[in-house]
Structures are given as C-alpha cells and as structure tokens.
Design a protein around this ligand. Structure first.
Ligand SMILES: Cc1cc2nc3c(=O)[nH]c(=O)nc-3n(C[C@H](O)[C@H](O)[C@H](O)COP(=O)(O)OP(=O)(O)OC[C@H]3O[C@@H](n4cnc5c(N)ncnc54)[C@H](O)[C@@H]3O)c2cc1C
Length: 410
C-alpha cells in the first residue's frame, strides 16, 4: 500500500488540502505533536495532507530562535522518499546544497588521505546513491512553510500531562494548557513524553563529542575552511577524530570526539562555558596534531559537550491507546547519518498506519507502527554502535579498517 506518493504540486500548501480517504480513525480527533524537529514537522505535514486536525507544540520561542546545526544528507529510501511523499520535492531541490555531499578524510598531520567526490553525478535524484545535503534550518523552514497557519505553537515547552477520560491535558512551561485526543512525542533525545510510554532509559555508548559552532570560518580559520572545502570532513587519529561540516549560513560545525568514561563531562573538571579552559584541554588532548586544527578550536566561541547515548536495541513496550513516539524520542542512537532520515520515515509509517484504513482502532495502528519502527531502529542502532568503535576506538586496526572501507567505496 502506498497512498502518499507524489502529491500534486497544487497541493503543496497544507491548508489547501482536502480530506482524503482512510481518515476514519482520526476523524474529529485532535492530534498534539510535541517537538518541531524534522520528525514532528514531517508528521504534521503528512497528517495535514490527509486532512487531520494537528498542532505542533515546540519549545523554541520562534522559528529563528536558534541555529539548527550543520547539513544533513537525505537518503533515497528514507528521507528523500518521505520528501517525495510529502509533495515537497520541488522545495527541496530549490534549497539543497549541490556538491556538499563530497567527503574528505585527512590524517592527524592534515595530509589528505581520501577525497571522495559526490556520488550523485549531475545531481541525479533518481540515482539511489545520491545523498543530497541540505542545511537543517532550510529543511525545517520548508516543512514549517507548508503547514497551515498557526499549526506550530511556539514557546510551548511541554512539562507534563494528565489523562482526562480518553484525552490528554498537556501543560506547558509558559502556563498554557492544551487538550488532545492523541499525543505524539517527537521531542528528541531527552523526551519528556517518553516516560508516559515506557520507563526504558538511555545507555551510554562509550563516546562523547565536544561540538563547536564557528560563525565566520572563512575569516576566523581560513586554512581550516579551505581544508574542509564545503563538504563532509574528518581528521582521523588513533582513538580521536575531528569532524566538520558546513552550515547553510556560511558557518561551520565541528565535532571533536573520543572514547570517555560515562559522566566524563561532569567529572572532567572542565568548565565547558569557559572557552579558554576548553581550548587548553583540546590543545593538550590533540597534542602532536597539525596546529591547523587548533585554529579551528580557537575560532569557536561556544562549546557543547554531548555524551552519545542510545536506547537499548531490544527495547519493547505494549502499545498505548492514544500516545506514541517518533524519531530520537523513540530510538535515540549515536550519529551515523541516519537520525533525521529515520525520524522522517517514522513520520511516514505512523501517518500511514493512522490514516491508511487498515486498522480497527488507534491502538492497533500504533502497535503496527511501533513494531516497524523498533525493527528498523534496532538494525540501524547496531550499525551506529559498530561505527562508534571504528571511529573512536584506540586501535591502529580500526583506522586502517576505515581507510580500507572508504577506499573500497571509491
Ligand atoms: C553530533 C550529531 C550529528 C548528527 N548528524 C546527523 C546527520 O548527519 N544526519 C542525520 O540524519 N542525523 C544526524 N544526527 C541525528 C539527528 O540530529 C537526530 O536523529 C534528529 O534530529 C532527530 O529528529 P527528531 O525530530 O526526532 O528530534 P530533534 O531533532 O531533536 O527535534 C526535537 C524538537 O523537539 C523540541 N523539544 C524538545 N523538548 C521539548 C519539550 N519539552 N517541549 C516542546 N518541544 C521540545 C526541540 O526544541 C526540537 O525542536 C546527528 C546527531 C548528533 C548529536
């Protein structure tokens, strides 16, 4: 069954949609999506295409409240498939970053070991290997702009909710309340909705990253800017890496990652709000590396340390009657280039289950969606955890393995 494919262009504005078939389960139901990341916004768009009554409650004060981060690549069988299903391919093509899907690997001396050209020769969207990159903020804007006015309720940080008969009363930090018949938690890796679905908590993967944002890399670290060359970049050493990616606004995001004990951020004694302390730490930790990398650290004004956590790969729970999870809230995993793609695929699967006319009630639709979602996430989670070992483990062998792996892909 594939009811969503290629929505006519005339229907690209959510509020021009007509109600479609298969809406019985959610007819006259209010749906609250908590979290306006790629997962939540995609779900809102897909549900509105089906005529659903949906709101997205987002913690950010406004669309412009914060930089969304670096680029993401969408994949043929997941992110791009969903973009197509949501009728947003033209908007995507107008906003993606041609050429940014190239990949460069250097060693700790900044010698280039591998330059991989983009797979999508001639930017061919029908080529399954083409993984076009798009700025996260641009993707978010595309999704927001196609929702009917007022769908996203900004400045709505979800705090808690209570069940009143068959509905939920949601409470937000700003003191407002909202009622919903169905609640979808799309509020990311520290989800506040998740405890209403399961008490399974996250585990530590063994790796931690220190993320840095540079606003004007061309001016503040020009040599590094040139080395990154507006694509995906990684410098590999034994047991430590520095990855970097351009942002759509000309900025640069980097991630210095390594294996650290659990709770290292708290026990390290480093004040991550004090840039000088972080520079000193990084320069010591990357001692012996080409000083060009230190210019990257010095160009950064604010650092964000993040432990890479994941939900257990065999997690399971009984489907609830009117609440479920998508994206990181459901299946956080270490970064492996799949997170946004998977969150969008969850949105498509959940929408399909809720509106496809296949299930007798919402609980059965949620159960079917969750089964699909968990199976997919378990496979991707295994790959992501294996990737952590290869990228961050302190062994000569893992670096050689990566060189071989990428070499074979050329
Ligand atoms: C360092 C790093 C690099 C990554 N690189 C990639 C990559 O290259 N490609 C890729 O596909 N994935 C990547 N990922 C993973 C990807 O970022 C996530 O998997 C993806 O963003 C998940 O989308 P989501 O919509 O589920 O959650 P999120 O993107 O986390 O969105 C959640 C939203 O909910 C809001 N929110 C949170 N709490 C509340 C609350 N209480 N009330 C209301 N709103 C709330 C947040 O403000 C946010 O807008 C990376 C992750 C990391 C950490």
């Amino acid at each position: 069954m594939c009811w969503l494919l290629d929505v006519p262009l005339s229907n690209q504005k959510g509020y021009e949609m007509e109600t479609s078939k298969g809406m019985d389960l959610i007819q006259n139901k209010k749906i609250a999506i908590v979290g306006g990341g790629p997962g939540g916004l995609t779900l809102a768009r897909l549900l509105q295409l089906k005529g659903a009554d949906v709101k997205v409650y987002e913690r950010d004060f406004s669309k412009e409240a914060r930089v969304q981060g670096a680029i993401v690549d969408l994949h043929f069988d997941s992110g791009l498939k969903v973009v197509r299903a949501a009728g947003l391919m033209d908007a995507f093509k107008a906003n993606y970053m041609p050429g940014a899907d190239k990949f460069r690997m250097v060693d700790k001396d900044a010698n280039i070991c591998l330059d991989e050209e983009p797979h999508g020769i001639n930017d061919d969207f029908s080529n399954e290997h083409f993984r076009p990159e798009i700025d996260r903020g641009a993707l978010r804007n595309i999704l927001i702009d196609t929702l009917s006015p007022g769908t996203v309720v900004w400045d709505s940080q979800f705090m808690k909710m209570v069940q009143l008969h068959n509905a939920w009363e949601l409470q937000f930090k700003n003191g407002t309340l909202a009622m919903a018949d169905v609640v979808i938690g799309a509020d990311g890796y520290r989800s506040n909705i998740r405890p209403y679905v399961t008490d399974i908590t996250a585990l530590y993967s063994g790796a931690t990253i220190i993320q840095g944002e540079i606003e004007h890399p061309q001016k503040d670290c020009p040599e590094m800017y040139e080395l990154v060359d507006n694509g995906n970049f990684i410098a590999m050493g034994i047991g430590k890496t520095i990855a970097a990616q351009p942002r759509g606004d000309g900025g640069l995001t980097f991630y210095a990652s390594s294996l650290y004990p659990e709770n290292w951020i708290e026990t390290s004694g480093i004040d991550f709000n004090n840039s000088e302390e972080v520079y000193t730490y990084l320069e010591n930790y990357y001692e012996g590396w080409n000083p060009i990398f230190f210019t990257l650290f010095r160009a950064c004004a604010r650092f964000f340390p993040r432990p890479l956590n994941y939900f257990p790969l065999d997690q399971n729970w009984d489907a609830k009657s009117n609440i479920t999870l998508i994206g990181d809230a459901a299946h956080l995993m270490p970064p492996s280039g799949e997170g946004v793609n998977t969150a969008m695929l969850d949105a498509l699967d959940l929408c399909e289950c809720l509106t496809g006319g296949e299930f007798k009630n919402i609980q059965a639709a949620i159960a079917a969606y969750e089964k699909r979602m968990r199976t997919r996430a378990s496979i991707l989670g295994q790959e992501a955890l294996a990737g952590i070992k290869d990228f961050s483990s302190p062994s000569d062998e893992s670096v050689k393995k990566l060189y071989r792996l990428f070499g074979e892909h050329q």
